[in-house]
Write a protein that binds this ligand. Structure first.
Ligand code: NAG
Length: 206
């Protein structure tokens, strides 16, 4: 792989790591594709090295999104020789990632609501979040159908609603003046949804 493909990604990545305190952990993939994980406690300046053989086609797709690192980290572990590196298939992986991360968020929400040592309001907030997450899970088939028939309006509408569901969850904590215990997953979800809209609008629907 030549350096002209690698350098922009490293620059983007370094920018990302120096401006956020996001933490992403990915389960190891069962296939023989690249998998990795990292987490960055706030204030830590360590940085994470991307696999050095990221497909240049994937780099250029993710490079056009608002959150290229999340685009790479949520897709690379799930790519194998059966997945063509073209925008529509990367979009489908991202739709899968939204689904999986939403399920993860539901599990977390249940876990936190079992915790007895928390505020009385917390379980109520979490219940609202779970309802919103379930609405996201229910939208998956409609999104896939919209992609397959090329219905741009339907796709944008579903993805925008999903984004609103995540915000509705975070708003609950804000109103209750409780620190959101799932803010990281929610922020990752918003980023993947935003990237999915960009991949569809700018690269699939042309
Ligand atoms: C989503 O989860 C399913 C089932 O665990 C897994 O097979 C798939 O690879 C995951 N995909 C993504 C993009 O997370």
């Amino acid at each position: 792989m030549d350096m002209k493909h690698l350098i922009p990604i490293f620059v983007i990545f370094f920018f990302f790591m120096s401006t956020t305190s996001a933490s992403v952990a990915l389960a190891p993939s069962s296939s023989n594709t690249q998998s990795f994980s990292f987490s960055k406690p706030p204030g830590d300046q360590t940085f994470f090295i991307l696999p050095n053989d990221v497909d240049p086609k994937l780099q250029s797709i993710c490079g056009e999104t608002d959150y290229p690192i999340e685009c790479l980290t949520t897709t690379i572990p799930f790519l194998d020789e059966n997945v063509a590196i073209i925008p529509v298939s990367i979009l489908k992986v991202e739709i899968d990632a939204i689904h999986n991360k939403t399920k993860e968020a539901i599990d977390k929400a249940y876990e936190f609501s079992m915790n007895p040592s928390t505020s009385r309001l917390l379980p109520l907030c979490l219940k609202t979040c779970i309802n919103n997450y379930n609405a996201i899970l229910e939208s998956k088939q409609r999104i896939l159908d919209a992609i397959s028939i090329g219905d741009a309006n339907e796709l944008s509408m579903e993805l925008s609603h999903n984004m609103e569901h995540v915000f509705a969850c975070e708003d609950e904590f804000k109103e209750a003046k409780i620190e959101s215990p799932i803010v990281k997953l929610n922020s990752l979800l918003v980023k993947i949804i935003t990237n999915s809209l960009t991949i569809y609008v700018d690269m699939v629907k042309v």
